[in-house]
Design a protein around this ligand. Structure first.
Ligand code: NAD
Length: 311
């Protein structure tokens, strides 16, 4: 049974996750470069550590929840997290990072005599607060089994997806589906508008027909059909567009590295990058419908028709 957990990165996600570990009875040694983030976690029972390596050196298991792969690798290698830990420590990285970076971290941990698990999450800040996150894990069976009770205190589901990097792979593949499908649903509503079709009529049909998907029935990009959706509150997140842009950027890296023919994934990554840098910077990712309606994402074909085919 794990008793002492080091938790590094106590931001929007890490703060409430660490608080839930405290609630579940674990002793949590926390560290964050941001004094306010650390203070908020301390108010929930996290013990402040003098530094990240100091926390890791006193822990049975180390969890990291950091912005990006470069922070994760620098902290573990150059900033001494791996060097400070007791031999055989299990490092669980819950950040969303590149699959290649995750594999590099597994290798670095093994070279330092430790063990690792990549365990990114889905569920957002609401899920982190309510301990209803889904974890997607990559690494060995034994490591997953050891981490599972700890993950259970922060979420309601943990899936062992395979070997090193498989958790990150599952995360970016899932979010690629989500990004593409949100654009598809948004384009369908905008096309419907141009054809005189009401939002309600399209929703009533597609939500119970073959167009049904999460982007339509849970995070519907037009106000009205799904009470409480981000569209109903002027597109306040929710799942912020810059986070979708980040995840699709990771997917695009993997698509290019693998030479995969995933044109829609690449196009979705471009669209969300443009949206997140502009009006979407502080909006839910479903706000992309406004950019589509405004023609801000690129191609609007007003001439020419595609010949009807007789298959
Ligand atoms: P955040 O910016 O709120 O928190 C990151 C924290 O890490 C910050 O408080 C920062 O000060 C700290 N930090 C950075 N480098 C550090 C270091 N070397 N040592 C100690 N602390 C350090 O970000 P977040 O929203 O909590 O996201 C964290 C990760 O979770 C990201 O990888 C993100 O993609 C992923 N994620 C976020 C969400 C979401 O809805 N916010 C959902 C799923 C996954």
């Amino acid at each position: 049974m794990v008793s002492v957990i080091a938790f590094i990165g106590l931001g929007r996600m890490g703060g409430p996750m660490a608080a839930n570990l405290v609630k579940a009875g674990h002793r949590v040694l926390g560290h964050d470069l941001d004094a306010d983030a650390l203070a908020a976690a301390v108010a929930h029972g996290v013990e402040p550590a003098a530094s990240a390596p100091a926390a890791a050196g006193a822990a049975d298991l180390v969890i990291t929840m950091l912005p990006a792969g470069r922070h994760v690798l620098a902290l573990h290698r150059e900033e001494g997290l791996l060097a400070a830990a007791r031999p055989g420590t299990l490092f669980v990285d819950c950040s969303t990072i590149d699959v290649a970076d995750a594999r590099t971290l597994h290798e670095a941990a093994a070279a330092a005599g430790h063990r690792a698990l990549d365990a990114p999450v889905s569920g957002g800040v609401v899920g982190a607060e309510a301990a209803t996150l889904t974890f997607m894990a990559g690494g060995g069976e034994a490591e997953f089994a050891e981490a599972e009770p700890v993950l259970a205190a922060m979420g309601r589901k943990a899936v062992h997806c395979g070997a090193a990097g498989a958790g990150q792979a599952a995360k970016i593949c899932n979010n690629m589906i989500l990004g593409i499908s949100m654009i598809a649903v948004s384009e369908a509503f905008v096309l419907g508008e141009s054809l005189g079709l009401s939002h309600e009529a399209l929703f009533d049909v597609a939500s119970t027909a073959s167009g049904q998907c999460w982007a339509l029935t849970v995070n519907c990009p037009v106000p009205g059909p799904v009470p409480g959706s981000p569209a109903d509150r002027d597109y306040r997140p929710g799942f912020a567009a810059p986070l979708m842009a980040k995840d699709l950027g990771l997917a695009a890296n993997a698509i290019r590295a693998g030479g995969v023919d995933a044109a829609l994934g690449l196009r979705a990554a471009e669209a969300y990058a443009a949206f997140a840098e502009g009006p979407g910077a502080d909006q839910d990712f479903s706000g992309i419908i406004r950019a589509i309606r405004d023609g801000a994402l690129g191609t609007s074909h007003t001439t020419g028709t595609i010949e009807e085919t007789t298959a």
